[in-house]
Design a protein around this ligand. Structure first.
Ligand code: PMP
Length: 428
């Protein structure tokens, strides 16, 4: 038995499904998950010593690649000073200042330890600030695993959601309205029916949990306009897109297309922690003043603003602000995407792909999908065969067709070329 198989069997005896987060189990694509021993720049090395070009990057955080020297140094120095104090530190202020400098829509930010915590708290804050109970989310967007967010659409617009997970009560789902992404008419109708009860709308501005699907411009305009008109808060979940699609994040990208555009509350994670457990949510003073200890919306965390995690995040944010960082990352990601499209065309495989900054997605279909239903209509068997062929060739893509991919600053032109060569063989 191979070492990976051996570890997987051992893991399954002590950990449900052998993993601590479901997608890692390779259930969607079949086969044995690779147990990773270490990372090195653009590569991850498994328990058998096999090296893969890593296009997951811990699902987004590793924008500098693995083991970046400046980050390592910052983390090591911080660890020597202490792991956690449960008291405020100067580094938390520094990280908050750094984030706020880059995200003009926020005046204050609260640090937490996971994206799940951050979106949960953002929704509680929106409900607390507006005094309203209900909110809208979109099918295919993932915002972590709190009860009220593990919800799928009801049978009609007038009906609220149903739990997608056992253990979530209908009560926890009853105030969540789930709509189709990029569907302006549905959004308008929902506001017409429920506008006065809606605390917020939460959206992934570029969705990375149904592969890679952009919010269309009319959809984004409608979101902003309807929220403002009805007094609901627009929450941008930038856990994935934040400091990943560009230094100004997805909100900066949309502000470039819609003058004056900004969300009311923003949520960050992944890159701001550089691979350590760290996330954040922020907004104007006016909204943030509702949070404890100033206001009535409770939120707390033993490890919030953790000194080692904040050191990792700060070092990462400083690197990505260096001149030319995003230009180089974007150009490289674009070359990968264009290359994949070209290889597919040469092989006569229906294919489309898109990217923004260091985030990308590809589809085994001729046109870019606009919503979850279309993404999920992909030929899954074909995707799985492609995934495994690439893995065998040493390219580690997301093991599910509904996940986005990530390129890091550590990926070289040679890595991109090797990936395209692998794709040429695999797509045959
Ligand atoms: N929001 C988005 C957009 C995400 O992609 C994720 C995780 N992939 C989360 C929230 C939840 O973050 P976490 O896994 O850190 O709880």
């Amino acid at each position: 038995m191979s070492k990976n198989q051996d570890l997987f069997e051992r893991a399954q005896r002590v950990i449900p499904g052998g993993v601590n987060s479901p997608v890692r189990a390779f259930r969607a694509v079949g086969g044995t998950p690779r147990f990773i021993k270490r990372g090195e720049g653009a590569y991850i090395i498994d328990a058998e010593g096999r090296r893969y070009i890593d296009y997951i990057g811990s699902w987004g955080p590793m924008i500098l690649g693995h083991g970046h020297p400046a980050v390592l140094e910052a983390v090591t120095a911080a660890a020597r000073e202490g792991f956690s104090f449960g008291a405020p530190t100067e580094r938390e202020i520094e990280l908050a200042e750094e984030i706020l400098k880059l995200v003009p829509s926020m005046e204050q930010v609260r640090l937490v330890s996971s994206g799940t915590e951050a979106t949960m708290s953002a929704i509680r804050l929106a409900r607390g600030a507006t005094g309203r109970p209900k909110f809208i989310k979109f099918e295919g967007c993932y915002h972590g695993h709190t009860d009220a967010l593990l919800v799928k659409a009801g049978s009609g617009l007038a009906t609220f959601g149903h739990p997608t997970s056992a253990g979530v009560t209908p009560g926890a789902a009853q105030d969540t309205l789930v709509l189709e992404y990029n569907n302006v008419a549905q959004l308008e109708e929902a506001f017409a029916q429920h506008g006065a009860e809606l605390a917020c709308v939460i959206v992934e501005p570029i969705a990375g949990n149904m592969n890679f699907v952009r919010a269309s411009l009319p959809f984004m305009q409608a979101l902003r306009e309807l929220c403002s008109r009805h007094g609901a808060l627009l929450i941008f979940d930038e856990v994935m897109t934040g400091f990943r699609v560009g230094l100004a994040s997805a909100q900066g990208h949309y502000a470039g297309l819609i003058p004056g555009f900004k969300p009311d509350i923003s949520v960050f994670g992944k890159v701001i922690g550089g691979g350590m457990p760290l996330a954040a949510f922020g907004a104007s003073h006016e909204i943030m003043k509702h949070l404890a200890p100033l206001g009535g919306v409770y939120q707390a965390g033993t490890l919030s603003g953790n000194p080692v995690a904040t050191a990792c995040g700060l070092a990462t944010l400083r690197e990505i602000q260096k001149p030319g960082f995003f230009e180089a990352l974007s150009a490289k990601t674009q070359r990968l995407v264009d290359g994949l499209v070209g290889v597919a065309r040469d092989n006569g495989v229906p294919f489309s792909a898109d990217c923004q900054g260091g985030m990308f997605g590809f589809f085994l279909m001729p046109e870019l999908p606009q919503n979850y239903q279309t993404v999920m209509s992909t030929d899954k068997e074909r995707f799985n065969r492609f995934f495994h062929a690439m893995l065998d060739a040493g390219v580690y893509l997301a093991p599910a067709l509904y996940e986005a991919g990530f390129v890091s600053a550590a990926h070289s032109e040679a890595d991109i070329a090797a990936t395209l060569a692998a794709a040429r063989t695999s797509l045959k």
